[in-house]
Design a protein around this ligand. Structure first.
Ligand SMILES: [Ca+2]
Length: 338
C-alpha cells in the first residue's frame, strides 16, 4: 500500500471537515505521552518483534519529531481541483520531453526488464516521472523520523507502526546505509516512492549487488516498479484504457472501478470513443470511471488502470500515469543506434 504523496491535492475527496479533524487531533493530544517516551516504547516493541537490538538502537539514535510531516498530512487544498487543472500540473510538457529522453537513455535496460516482467516500458517511465520526476524528487527526510512522527501523531498509528517495523527490517537486511535512508514526509522511499511494506513485498535487486537499492540503482528502480505491476496483475497485451464519451442518458450508477462490463456491452449502452466512433471490437472487460463529474473527462478503464490504482488509490494518479504513458509513445521511441 502507498501513502498518497499528493495528499494535499487529493484530500478534496476527503469526507472529514477541517474543523472535525482539528477536534479529533486536540482530543488525542490531551493524553499524549512525550515523543521521547514514545520512541522508547517503540524500541522495546521492535526488539520484541525480533528485529536486531543493535539495528533498533542505532536507527533511533538520530530520530526527531518532524513538524513538517504533521503539517503536510493535515494540509487542506486551497481550491477544488479537477482533472482539467490537475493533468497540466502533474504532466506538463517538459515532463513529457524528459520522459521521452529518459526512455531513450535507458532504452535497452527498460526493454530487458519490460520483457522479463511483462510490463510495457512506457508505464515504468511514466510511474517514475509522476512519482519523483525521474528520481530527482525523492524526499529529504530520514525515513525512521517520518514514520515515527506519523505513528506518534496518532490518527493512523497502527498503519504507520507497521510501516516503521518494515523500515527497521529494511535497515536490518542492509539494503541501504542508515544515513541514506531517506524519503518523503510520509515515509515513501526512493525513486519509485515505495512505502516500507511495499518495498518488502516488491523491491528487486536486479543488478545483483545484493541490495535492493531503489534509491540509486536504475536497474533496481525499474525492476521494482515492474515487479509491483506484474505481481498486482498487469497485462502486457493491453493498454490502460481510453477517454470516452457517454450518452446523455447514461446511468451514473454503472460507473466505478469495481463495476465491469464487456466493451460490446458498453457499446450497446451508447459509450463511444472520444472522437465519437464505435468502441474497438475486442473481448475486454472494462469499467467507466468519472473522476470529476459527467461533464468532465470520462474514461473506459481496463485491467491495467485498476493495477495502477493498487499502487495509489486515486483516479487522478492512475489517470496522470496513463496520460503520460500515452504521450511518451507518440511519436514512437525506437532503439538508440550505437
Ligand atoms: Ca541492487
Amino acid at each position: 500500500m502507498k501513502i498518497n504523496k499528493f495528499a494535499g491535492f487529493f484530500s478534496v475527496l476527503s469526507i472529514c471537515s477541517a474543523s472535525l479533524m482539528a477536534q479529533v487531533v486536540n482530543a488525542a493530544e490531551v493524553e499524549k505521552i512525550p515523543f521521547k517516551q514514545y520512541v522508547e516504547n517503540i524500541k522495546v516493541e521492535a526488539k520484541e518483534k525480533g528485529i536486531d537490538a543493535a539495528v533498533v538502537d542505532n536507527a533511533f539514535t538520530e530520530v526527531e519529531f518532524l513538524q513538517r510531516s504533521v503539517k503536510s498530512d493535515k494540509e487542506q487544498p486551497e481550491f477544488k481541483l479537477t482533472l482539467d487543472t490537475y493533468i497540466p500540473r502533474a504532466v506538463p510538457d517538459w515532463k513529457i520531453d524528459q520522459a521521452r529522453e529518459a526512455y531513450q537513455k535507458h532504452y535497452h535496460l527498460l526493454h530487458k526488464i519490460g520483457r522479463e516482467y511483462g510490463v510495457q516500458p512506457r508505464f515504468i517511465v511514466a510511474l517514475w516521472g509522476i512519482e519523483t520526476n525521474f528520481g530527482r524528487l525523492t524526499g529529504r527526510h530520514y525515513v525512521i523520523s517520518s514514520l515515527t512522527t506519523m505513528a506518534y501523531e496518532g490518527r493512523r498509528e497502527a498503519l504507520f507502526k507497521k510501516q516503521l517495523f518494515a523500515a527497521l527490517t529494511i535497515l536490518e537486511e542492509g539494503h541501504i546505509e542508515q544515513d541514506k535512508f531517506i524519503g518523503s514526509w510520509a515515509g515513501a522511499m526512493g525513486q519509485v516512492q515505495f512505502m516500507p511494506t511495499s518495498y518488502l513485498n516488491y523491491a528487486v535487486d536486479y543488478d545483483g549487488d545484493g541490495r535492493k537499492d531503489i534509491w540509486n540503482s536504475y536497474a533496481d528502480v525499474f525492476a521494482s516498479a515492474a515487479n509491483y505491476l506484474k505481481t498486482e496483475g498487469w497485462n502486457y497485451d493491453e493498454t490502460w484504457g481510453r477517454q470516452v464519451l457517454l450518452p446523455e442518458n447514461f446511468d451514473s450508477e454503472l460507473a466505478g472501478i469495481k463495476k465491469q462490463k464487456t466493451l460490446a456491452q458498453w457499446q450497446d449502452l451508447g459509450v463511444r470513443r472520444f472522437d465519437g466512433t464505435a468502441l474497438p471490437k475486442v473481448d475486454l472487460d472494462a469499467s467507466i470511471v468519472i473522476p470529476d463529474d459527467a461533464s468532465g473527462r470520462v474514461y473506459l478503464a481496463y485491467n491495467n488502470y485498476k493495477v495502477l490504482m493498487h499502487w495509489n488509490r486515486s483516479y487522478y494518479f492512475a489517470t496522470a500515469v496513463s496520460y503520460l504513458s500515452e504521450r511518451i509513445n507518440h511519436p514512437r521511441i525506437t532503439a538508440p543506434t550505437k
